[in-house]
Design a protein around this ligand. Structure first.
Ligand code: HSE
Length: 312
């Protein structure tokens, strides 16, 4: 095999209370990664598409590059040319770095005929996240690789369980155009220790999100999503207007709203049989923009994971 092209979806993670453990693949935006084996040595990276100018092409500072370095360490000495076509804006909280890492992991598995399973691919892809987050969190790479709803139920050893995308659930999102926060910054402000009462609260809320995802029940997802008392209260201080956007989402019929990943995107869950997700996203956009934060609004659904588009 000489060349592979892979498409990997955007993801949302945490879903409120499930910090670093819950992830969901979204049919919202995609990164495409093309990888070619070359005669030379080393890894050459080219990035185009949305936010490309903000992404390093030096392999160890690039999420796809870090994944490729890991593969080369394990599977042999090839030269690689990697072209990343960004469809997911970096620094948005929609798993932009994760999608590039996931696509590279899935692509190199095929190119090297390494026969790794999704968990192995997730573990390698999570190493790519160190380039943007400073730590190998696996929630977004797992969602981008497995698709559907995933739970990272252990980090040592890495363990993931995946469920099919929930049906009859819609998501409304607002993605700010002019806030630049890195995941590293958004993690640095988080508490190192947490009160037991807050842990109990978040375990209950996580259980609701999990039940809602498995039962395709947007009401349960919303109830859980709205009840993070550990991360959201701290992180939302980074994003002026967050409370206003959340209130606008709920007032226009959303069942729950929270930061997507590390933010600044805000995601709301909607029962499409009762509420127009389009209307919810419009209300959220108006609320963010009334705080001077220009943004784009979207409606999307859960989807499947990374796909090989071409292998030759
Ligand atoms: N779970 C990670 C975090 C996702 O919240 O920091 C980063 O996008």
């Amino acid at each position: 095999m000489e060349k592979v092209i892979v498409q990997a979806p955007a993801t949302t993670s945490n879903l409120g209370p499930g910090f670093d453990i819950h992830g969901l693949a979204l049919d919202l935006m995609y990164d495409i990664v093309e990888i070619v084996k070359t005669n030379g040595k080393g890894i050459q990276i080219e990035v185009e598409g949305v936010g490309a100018n903000r992404i390093s092409t030096i392999p160890k500072y690039n999420t796809a590059g870090r994944v490729a370095l890991e593969f080369l360490k394990r599977y042999g000495k090839y030269g690689l040319k990697i072209k990343i076509i960004k469809g997911i804006p970096p620094g948005s909280g929609l798993g932009s770095s994760a999608a590039s890492a996931a696509a590279t992991s899935v692509g190199l598995n095929a190119l090297f005929q390494a026969k790794l399973n999704n968990l192995d691919l997730t573990e390698i892809a999570s190493k790519g996240e160190v380039a943007s987050a400073g730590v190998a969190h696996a929630d977004q790479v797992a969602a981008s690789i497995y698709g559907g709803f995933i739970i990272v139920y252990s980090y040592k050893p890495l363990s993931v369980i995946a469920f099919p995308p929930p049906r009859n659930v819609e998501f409304a999102l607002v993605v700010p155009q002019n806030i630049e926060k890195t995941t590293k910054q958004a993690r640095a402000i988080l508490p190192k220790k947490v009160a037991l009462s807050n842990v109990i609260n978040n375990l209950g809320a996580c259980s609701l999100v999990t039940a809602g995802m498995i039962l395709s029940n947007p009401e349960l997802i919303g109830l859980g999503m709205n009840n993070d008392c550990i991360i959201e209260p701290v992180r939302s201080s980074l994003y002026p207007g967050f409370m206003k956007v959340k209130a606008a989402a709920i007032n226009s019929g959303a069942l729950g709203a929270t930061l997507s990943g590390a933010g600044p995107t805000i995601i709301a869950v909607v029962n499409p049989f009762k509420t127009s997700a389009q209307e919810v996203s419009k209300a959220m956009k108006e609320a963010y923009e009334s705080e001077g934060i220009m943004c784009k609004s979207y409606v999307c659904h859960a989807t499947t994971g990374a796909k090989i588009i071409n292998l030759t």
